[in-house]
Design a protein around this ligand. Structure first.
Ligand SMILES: Cc1ncc(COP(=O)(O)O)c(C=O)c1O
Length: 405
């Protein structure tokens, strides 16, 4: 059978695959702890459910404009004003099937084959594949100082004549760190000067701990949005725990939004009207759900940190937000895929191998689950790889005896 060159070059989504594996094992009654998840466990806000249910009850479920229904655009405009202090026009906004599609159509709108897209490592698993889907070249960049905090010189070093765009994701998946105001200011200025696109993937923007606020890219933009190549991406998935609703959006200059709309119109049409109604409900509704999710995640992260800090030989960077910790396990195994498979096999803990985010030797651990899951999950990992832990472990009624260290 023959497939396209691009089709063959695209890897499976590891994170989605892990969800599937966890579900299959659970269905078989296996005591799985899923520390690989990328979605909060809280319920979708009632405002979202009521809005979607109201529309469903009407039975009047139709196609939508390719760039989203006016009510959602209005809600996104208000969100952008409240969150970023920037008033944009409806023509600056496109609603898509998740932030994922918003990024994808943005890339399809701006990239030609062989163009290059720079993004700091560790990076979200989908960026390289999305860039490749456009026939373009992903250029991950590793902060030279070995931290998770890129500096402008890291980006400058790999920026060349083929560079078309930079993608910045802060708060960052998988590291949980928030990039400094200085870096965001530098990168906005740099991209403006070079005339290259800057995609700010702000999907975790409101999930920051300790009452801190991540940098607002608009604060550093010199010109108006219509004169700029800044593309701001956000969505309902993470902040409102609405991953399954698949609504995200992009805010950018009108010309680009028009091109993105043309692409999306032929690709999927506008997102489902029911799910857009739900997103309107969430964005316009009571916002305390975001604060309480943030508090839960902060507490879970504190528990995860306590557990990890009591575990010798790990390299741990404290997350400033999101629901991930990206931990250096290379003292135990430099091959993260091997380690993740080993942990699944021996102690039924799901983690995501760091190699998927561009950093082998690391595992991404999620704080989306319960405190019990986090505590027990880390205990199981410790037991499996730390020779100083006792030889036996109970998982429920099941007694495991370690015979591999
Ligand atoms: C950094 C980042 N960007 C975008 C997305 C996609 O979000 P959505 O569910 O809105 O497509 C994710 C989801 O995991 C993510 O981690």
């Amino acid at each position: 059978m023959s497939f396209s060159i691009i089709g063959k070059s695209i890897a499976e989504s590891v994170t989605l695959k892990l969800n599937e594996t966890a579900a299959i094992l659970r269905a078989k009654g296996e005591p799985v702890i899923h520390l690989g998840g990328g979605e909060p466990k809280t319920k979708a806000p009632l405002d979202a459910i009521m809005a979607a249910a109201g529309l469903l009850n009407s039975g009047d479920i139709r196609y939508t404009p390719a760039d989203g229904i006016p009510a959602l655009k209005k809600a996104i405009i208000r969100f952008t004003l409240d969150t970023y202090g920037r008033l944009v026009a409806p023509e600056n906004v496109i609603a898509s099937g998740g932030a994922k599609q918003a990024i994808m159509v943005a890339l399809q709108a701006i990239l030609d084959p062989q163009d290059e897209v720079i993004f700091p490592a560790p990076y979200w698993v989908s960026y390289p594949e999305m860039v490749k889907l456009c026939g373009a070249v992903p250029v991950p960049v590793y902060p030279e100082d070995g931290t998770f905090y890129p500096r402008l010189q890291d980006i400058e070093q790999v920026c060349g004549p083929y560079t078309k765009a930079v993608i910045i994701n802060s708060p960052n998946n998988p590291s949980g760190v928030v990039y400094s105001d200085q870096f965001i200011s530098d990168i906005v200025e740099f991209c403006e000067e070079k005339g290259i696109y800057l995609i700010m993937d702000d999907i975790y923007h409101r999930l920051v701990f300790g009452g801190k606020k991540p940098a607002n890219c608009f604060d550093y933009l010199k010109g108006s949005i219509d004169d700029s190549k800044l593309i701001l991406v956000n969505g309902v998935s993470k902040q409102y725990a609405m991953t399954g609703f698949r609504i995200g959006w992009a805010v950018a200059n009108k010309k680009l939004i028009e091109v993105m709309t043309n692409i999306q119109g032929h690709q999927t049409s506008g997102p489902s009207v029911v799910l857009q109604a739900a997103a309107v409900g969430a964005v316009n509704g009571i916002q305390s759900c975001v604060d309480s999710l943030c508090t839960t995640l902060e507490n879970n992260t504190r528990v995860m940190m306590e557990q990890l800090n009591a575990f010798t030989g790990l390299g741990v960077t404290k997350p400033d937000g999101t629901f991930y910790c990206f931990v250096d396990f290379s003292n135990y195994n430099k091959n993260s895929t091997e380690l993740a498979l080993f942990l699944l096999d021996k102690v039924r803990v799901i983690t995501v191998p760091g190699i998927e985010f561009g950093c082998d030797g690391y595992l991404r651990l999620s704080t989306c689950g319960s405190v019990k899951d986090i505590t027990e999950g880390i205990e199981r990992i410790k037991w499996a790889i730390d020779p100083n832990s006792p030889n036996e472990l109970f998982i429920g009624e099941r007694k495991l005896t370690r015979d591999w260290l």
